[in-house]
Design a protein around this ligand. Structure first.
Ligand SMILES: [Zn+2]
Length: 248
């Protein structure tokens, strides 16, 4: 049970800090039986989160992300749920997902943009632009390399500088051509390192690089986001967000 006072304080604190909370969803399942990964949530659970935000004056402080360009965002979310009160709704799409079975098409993305949804780049082929070794240490990006799509590389096999640049540049060009502007790159799997940030600055590519690091969004380059998964409820989200506001 959430203490009503705590939620009231949360809305007031976000106003005071002029901060936004970014929530990340992946696939939305129609029923619990159709959940196929811990990163996915049911439509009922998403509806409960939306209701909680609306009822506690939080929606205007919350940006909803739907990562990976899954069909469910078009078929279950945009078609059925009222998300008009939120600060922003963003679909993060990898270029190579567009038009594949189970994913949004170019027409879907254009129609969503027409409804006020922003489309962000989520890599060219959803590959990590930075990697970790087997025990979780962040790896450096090897210099140079060929400017090419590294689709299919292993998760502990870091892409080179020019391969990372390919993901950043080709995605930006694709979405700029499709929708006129692309100011945000949602880092595939939330991975980045100093080279990722340096490449973005050197080539003046994106205003924001969206991570899955916890925290409040006060406009910084590395945009924090809270992933919402199958185990999350309104209570766990409230606790995670409140922890960040009490320790900003
Ligand atoms: Zn993704």
């Amino acid at each position: 049970m959430i203490c009503p006072d705590r939620t009231t304080i949360l809305s007031a604190t976000l106003t005071q800090l002029d901060a936004t909370v970014n929530l990340v969803m992946h696939d939305i399942a129609a029923t619990t039986e159709e959940l196929w990964s811990r990163y996915d949530i049911t439509a009922d659970n998403l509806a409960a989160i939306i209701r909680w935000c609306d009822d506690h004056d939080l929606s205007r402080h919350v940006r909803l992300y739907f990562d990976d360009n899954r069909r469910s965002v078009f078929d279950l979310v945009l078609a059925n749920l009222d998300i008009g009160a939120f600060a922003e709704v963003v679909i993060a799409a990898p270029v190579t997902s567009i038009g594949r079975s189970g994913y949004g098409t170019t027409d879907d993305l254009r129609a969503a943009a027409g409804l006020g949804v922003r489309v962000a780049a989520h890599g060219f082929s959803h590959m990590r632009v930075a990697s970790y070794d087997l025990v979780g240490n962040l790896l450096a990006t090897p210099l140079g390399g060929r400017y090419r799509d590294r689709s299919g590389a292993g998760r502990h096999d870091p892409m080179t500088e020019n391969e990372a640049l390919f993901q950043l540049v080709e995605a930006k060009e694709h979405f700029t051509e499709l929708l006129g502007e692309c100011t945000e790159f949602v880092l595939p799997h939330g991975c980045y390192n100093a080279t990722t940030v340096a490449l973005n600055q050197r080539f003046d590519l994106y205003t924001h690089l969206a991570t899955t690091d916890p925290g409040l969004d006060t406009g910084q380059l590395l945009r924090p986001r809270f992933p919402v998964g199958a185990d999350d409820t309104v209570e766990t989200l409230a606790a995670a967000i409140t922890a960040e506001t009490s320790n900003p």
